[in-house]
Design a protein around this ligand. Sequence first.
Ligand code: ZN
Length: 250
Amino acid sequence: MRYLVISDIHSNWEALEAVLAEAGGLYDRIVCCGDLAGYGPDPNRVIDWARANLSAVIRGNHDRVCCGLDDLESFNPVAQAASRWTMEQLTPENLAWLRALEQGPLPVDGFRLIHGSPLDEDEYVMSLMDARNVFGYLEGQVGFFGHTHMQGGFSYVDRRYGYAAQLNSFDRAQRNRIVVRLDPEGLYLINPGSVGQPRDGDARAGWAIYDSDAQEVRLHRTPYDWNTTCDKVIAAGLPEVLGTRLTQGR
Ligand code: ZN
């Protein structure tokens, strides 16, 4: 089975549309590691699409806040403003759908969907040290996670911790061809990158294809029309920085 693995869409329709166009024909099912809502200008469009098209999905911290399951206090003022705006925009059906999203880790076929870490949905797995501390809680061979908006991944193979994919060791052109071959005895925590708000210095939308038969994960980056998304952010009255950061991938 081939899975399109996406995460952290954050109400960015243009990025999602571009990913779906480029990934067309490469997958059988679509799965998502959470944070569909928050930050961006198209929450209903993204969630309408998600309800119809995702085979498996878990909630992210922004999904919880935007549907009122969690209060705004843990967020900075910009994220708070975007969450309030999103909550006002969402249709009752989409609010109810967000509220009902499952908490990760969620077993899907042979792998896991995780928002933050296998231990805590709100934990950031940024470094190899962070990954080492939580590998013991990963049930199964492969966990896909999001939350950091940083594409890449970590491995535990032959009793050694390492990078399954380290983005800054690849240049811009190579980043569309990063292949992680999975050792059947190894453990992997892989972040497909953020579709809707990349923060790893590359503005292109991040996504991954996991082929469970070939035992392979391919990481991809897709350019999209971030200027249109940026204009929509400003026209919606959302904080301007939520638009301009998209153009920089920060
Ligand atoms: Zn996020």
